[in-house]
Design a protein around this ligand. Structure first.
Ligand SMILES: NC(=O)c1ccc[n+]([C@@H]2O[C@H](COP(=O)([O-])OP(=O)(O)OC[C@H]3O[C@@H](n4cnc5c(N)ncnc54)[C@H](O)[C@@H]3O)[C@@H](O)[C@H]2O)c1
Length: 442
């Protein structure tokens, strides 16, 4: 099938590449000339495990192309996918300006048998709006479908190739059949292809993200309570997780969720609720808890130092909003960096993949280490914001030797508190009792 993928970001590039991998002819389009130039030179503009190899293989085979020429890409396409960004607007609702601009631009160049599919996360009613807008412009009836994407950055290829389910929002059976055929290579293990109305499909994406965000904010609120009541959230987590009605997934306490999806999607769903005079009580609480949680670790640091951070050196491990991505949108680490800089601290950072993105924001206001261990040289504090595997088993004796004092603030509960005590660290984590520096035990 000939596919035009409009928007070549995390979602468009991964989806386009995976569709090419299953034998389709895919043209990825973007307005960012630099991004397209890099892709045409075989350079991948984002970090996503396994993506580079797939892009190169399919581009070399002639199944995957990159261009800024929207018109020629859509002229020959059987399916036109919309995968542009839908960031948060000023009032919390989704900003659809990129999407509408694409719809207006493609309208004069598409034929009536094309299927236009929205992969971007869009408010309920957008697909109906696209149908109407195209009809207004061209006077023709187009096939418009919703196909929300559930991939996770860091595991995006696997999620796309082996989805738990595929959801499509369609008005007629024929369109469902086209999309079913397109997805059939990815659904061989009998995973469901769920066809529903466009409105239900649009909602499904928001509801899924809102529920996952709710789980995170819930466990974070409980973690803070554990700390206040001398409990240990790890024990509580195990105590509840073995209950099959509850389970363990997405119940890891930490310094809050970030990224390009959960924060904006929770707010956009809240905005949709308010527009229909329904109070988004849970959604707003989830957002509020998450906002506060991003400040929990830095406030603990401030209280440890009695608000005197000026001149102290902070080593920060982990900048991306989660491991295995270079995405720093709404990352908790940025909140910490800002507050440390405001108070005159020296900030030295390390992340396996997100350094370039952070450098674009902070330039020479902070220092950049080449290796995690280098960040620790003479540091007064090690603070951890992202649970990259590489941080899980450092050589603690070396860590201690590098630092001016053995002091760790761990926003992801990577280490065993008893081990930290034995090693002689002062160790603060989330929802677990603080370990106050003691003489090391052999
Ligand atoms: N990132 C994720 O994990 C994820 C997962 C599921 C769904 N989504 C949704 O998918 C959509 C895209 O997200 P993303 O993370 O890929 O965003 P992104 O910011 O990485 O990519 C968006 C791309 O669209 C391009 N673009 C903007 N205007 C354009 C135009 N007029 N013509 C052509 N290209 C244009 C941008 O240059 C950019 O490359 C969003 O709605 C998001 O909510 C994202």
């Amino acid at each position: 099938m000939d596919i035009a993928m409009i928007g070549t970001g995390y979602v468009g590039l991964v989806s386009g590449t995976c569709f090419a991998e299953s034998g389709n002819q895919v043209t990825c389009v973007d307005i960012d000339q630099r991004k397209i130039d890099r892709l045409n030179q075989g350079e991948i503009p984002i970090y996503e495990p396994g993506l580079s190899e797939l892009v190169v293989r399919n581009a070399t085979a002639g199944r995957l192309q990159f261009t800024t020429d929207l018109t020629s890409a859509v002229k020959t396409a059987r399916v036109v996918y919309l995968a542009v960004g839908t960031p948060q607007g000023d009032d919390g609702s989704a900003d659809l300006s990129a999407l509408w601009s694409v719809v207006d631009s493609i309208a004069p160049h598409i034929t009536e048998d094309v299927v236009i599919v929205t992969k971007s996360t869009v408010p309920v009613g957008t697909n109906a709006g696209i149908y109407e807008r195209l009809q207004e412009i061209n006077g023709k009836k187009y096939h418009v479908a919703s196909n929300p994407e559930f991939l996770k950055e860091g595991a995006a290829i696997n999620d796309f190739m082996y989805p738990d389910r595929v959801v499509v929002g369609v008005r007629d059976e024929q369109v469902a059949e086209v999309l079913k055929e397109l997805y059939s290579p990815f659904l061989r293990t009998d995973k469901p292809f769920l066809a529903m109305s466009p409105e239900s499909a649009e909602l499904t994406k928001y509801v899924a993200n809102a529920l996952l965000a709710t789980k995170i904010s819930f466990i974070n609120e409980m973690a803070n309570l554990c700390e206040a009541l001398s409990g240990d959230i790890n024990d509580v987590r195990r105590g509840i997780g073995h209950d099959q009605r509850i389970g363990f997934a997405f119940l890891f306490p930490g310094v809050g969720y970030g990224g390009s999806c959960f924060p904006k999607d929770v707010r956009a769903l809240s905005s949709m609720s308010k527009n229909h005079n329904l109070p988004p009580t849970i959604l707003d609480a989830v957002d509020e808890i998450n906002h506060r949680q991003k400040h929990v670790l830095i406030e603990r640091i401030e209280s440890h130092f009695e608000n005197n951070l000026a001149g102290k050196t902070f080593a920060l491990w982990g900048l991306a909003f989660k491991p295995k991505t270079d995405d720093i949108r709404e990352a908790p680490a940025l909140v910490m960096i800002d507050r440390l800089l405001e108070q005159g601290a020296v900030v030295r950072v390390f992340d396996p993949e997100a350094m370039d993105n952070v450098r674009e924001i902070y330039g020479d206001k902070i220092q950049y280490a080449n290796r995690s261990i280098d960040a620790l040289k003479g540091a007064d504090v090690l603070a951890i914001n992202t649970e990259w595997d590489v941080f899980r088993h450092p050589d603690f004796e070396e860590v201690k030797a590098m630092m001016s004092e053995p002091l760790i603030f761990d926003g992801r509960n990577l280490y065993d508190t008893e081990q930290m005590r034995k090693l002689g660290f002062t160790y603060y984590s989330i929802g677990r009792p603080a370990v106050v520096n003691e003489v090391p035990v052999d």
